[in-house]
Design a protein around this ligand. Structure first.
Ligand SMILES: NC(=O)c1ccc[n+]([C@@H]2O[C@H](COP(=O)([O-])OP(=O)(O)OC[C@H]3O[C@@H](n4cnc5c(N)ncnc54)[C@H](OP(=O)(O)O)[C@@H]3O)[C@@H](O)[C@H]2O)c1
Length: 341
């Protein structure tokens, strides 16, 4: 079978396509024939060797893949050949709180991921694809959507809450859609007015350009009657954290998710003076994934796919994703014809 492999720390341009023997499912495992995979910011960092943990080499990249089961191992009763499934990011986080023992089961980092014609995982790592989604849409769920869902549910998001989402990448667009489905009011930020228009189309109630308003917390306060939002989906890290705290109401929550924006020594004092909760979020369990899929099915939520690339054009997909021109998700699908080169 064809598979991509990260063999060095030289970035996505050095990822190679290789021929490997098709993997065989052992006892308790299933094999999935990949239909579509999606990219996350982490995949760029992993290719450069800059990820904080799980730097296995060589490794098949990407955590997010959807497909059809084509073989089941001995003892598997929960799945059959032909089932349409998607794999959880942390393969072995099935239920309960996050535990140290599952940290080294992150697909496409610690262990082989999904950018191959077939991949094998334990039966417990899979969830069924919601009926109204196709494979490309389903492939966007494991990392970005589940992280947004975990953050929103951990912060006990309720109808009428104000939620702030930063930028228009994968996690933030899912947070916008899921928060709207929960009845919350969403404020979105972006570097681009065109992307903000898209966020409004998706249901954002208000939009702030963080380039033209570098101190955007003052705009957030204006939009919330001087009070601040209930919850921030914080994907910027050092470069945005202080503004996020200043955007948050007394007793509100900041979900710490990402580290896209550089900066130094963000002021943490508002978190103390305003008794805010700052909570680290790391993707989610299979149990959370199933709960999210129920909500996605009821809301008929459709993931936002910016662009699709053929399996043969995976490196072009990385290139496009790295340009940050996208809104939502970038997908690699085995149905898409390769672009003429
Ligand atoms: N903790 C977890 O479990 C978890 C899970 C998933 C992702 N993450 C992390 O979350 C972050 C986002 O991941 P992703 O896959 O959604 O990324 P992505 O799709 O690549 O998102 C990129 C977007 O982030 C926005 N952005 C960049 N700098 C920004 C800034 N200073 N202020 C506001 N927005 C900014 C930009 O939006 P505009 O172009 O609109 O400005 C950019 O297009 C990454 O750091 C990733 O590693 C963590």
């Amino acid at each position: 079978m064809k598979a991509y492999r990260v063999e060095s720390d030289q970035g996505f341009g050095a990822i190679r396509m290789v021929d490997l023997a098709p993997p065989l499912p052992g006892p308790g495992q299933v094999r999935v024939s990949l239909k579509a995979a999606s990219l996350n910011y982490r995949d760029l960092v992993i290719a450069k060797g800059g990820y904080l943990r799980n730097q296995t080499r060589p490794v098949i990249p990407l955590s997010d893949g959807a497909g059809v089961i084509d073989a089941v191992g001995e003892g598997v009763t929960s799945w059959r050949a032909g089932d349409c499934v998607v794999a959880n990011f942390l393969r072995d986080w099935v239920h309960g709180p996050l535990h140290e023992r599952v940290l080294h089961s992150a697909l496409g980092g610690a262990i082989d991921g999904v950018l191959a014609e077939q991949f094998v995982v334990p039966a417990h790592a899979l969830v069924r694809i919601p009926d109204h989604l196709d494979f490309a849409e389903a492939s966007t769920l494991p990392c970005a959507a589940l992280t947004a869902w975990n953050a929103l549910t951990a912060a006990n998001t309720r109808a009428g809450d104000n939620v702030l989402v930063l930028g228009t990448g994968g996690v933030s667009i899912f947070a916008l859609q899921l928060a709207r489905a929960m009845g919350a009011r969403v404020i979105a930020t972006s570097s681009s007015d065109a992307k903000l228009a898209k966020a409004r189309e998706l249901g954002a109630h208000a939009a702030i350009n963080y380039k033209s308003h570098p101190l955007w917390s003052s705009k957030v306060l204006e939009l919330t009657g001087g009070v601040g939002v209930d919850h921030v989906i914080e994907i910027g890290g050092p470069g945005t954290f202080e503004q996020s705290l200043k955007s948050t109401r007394v007793g509100g929550t900041v979900s710490l998710i990402g580290f896209l924006a550089s900066g130094d020594n963000p002021g943490i004092v508002p978190a103390i003076l305003n008794a805010q909760t700052v909570r680290g979020i790391y993707v989610g369990s299979v149990e959370m994934f199933e709960a999210m899929n129920r909500a996605i099915s009821v809301a008929r939520l459709r993931p936002v796919i910016d662009r699709k690339f053929a399996f043969a054009d995976a490196i072009k997909a990385y290139e496009y994703f790295a340009s940050q021109a996208h809104v939502g998700k970038v997908v690699i699908t085995r149905d898409e014809p390769a672009a003429a080169s």
